[in-house]
Design a protein around this ligand. Sequence first.
Ligand code: MF3
Ligand code: CO
Ligand code: CO
Length: 255
Amino acid sequence: MAIDIKSKHEIEKMRRSCRLAADVLDHVEPYVKPGVTTGELDRICHEYIVKHGAYPAPLNYKGFPKSICTSINEVVCHGIPGDRELRSGDIVNLDITTILDGFHGDTSEMFFVGEVDEAARKLVEVTRRSLWLGIQEVGPDKRIGDIGAAIVEYANKQHGYGVVEAFCGHGIGREFHTAPQVSHVGRRGTGMRMRVGMTFTIEPMINEGTHQCDVLEDGWTAVTRDGRLSAQAEHTVLVTDDGVEVLTLRESARR
Ligand code: MF3
Ligand code: CO
Ligand code: CO
């Protein structure tokens, strides 16, 4: 499948959608506290997205019923917002995808609820660092397999965590999920070469224990097979002449 190269004009639209997705994380963060339900977080994000002239991509996407994904503790990804109240000690991923002026921006981040123990904090720290090690492998003529290789070398070989294989990063633009697939367990020197103007996500899911996942009866919620914790972080990136531009940087990181 041919990989879409974005024009200058399209890149500007990607930048705007991605910036909005990052702004949603900034907006919702103060509400991520013990006692709030994931359904309330969904509503807060939905309203912010719509108010800014965009549409929440998950809503009705292949039947997904809500506007964001909320993945708590052993949930790997695609958790469905609902009545579950956050409790002190939880770790939760909020995954935001906006469609603004026809273009998708996709980003997710982990939040600590109240007091979180050391093991969970470490998992989240390693997950965030994994994402950035993957991002460092992006650049013109570099190979896509090196992204996952960097992630697996650090998160698995160095820290012993399970790197999820069942879900990948993806090309993104007018479509939510398109080629290329971006594996988080790639091998060095394999995969297609990146070209200037490509946009895709990197979104490693890192498990405390086994990398194996199961999907619950609802058809969406992916959980760790051993019930141990999972964490994820995601950015949308653009391949540039001199390397990479992270399109979904949050305001604090943009300055
Ligand atoms: N945002 C997720 C991703 O990073 C996809 C969510 S699809 C949904 O690719 F339907 F669950 F929302
Ligand atoms: Co994504
Ligand atoms: Co996402």
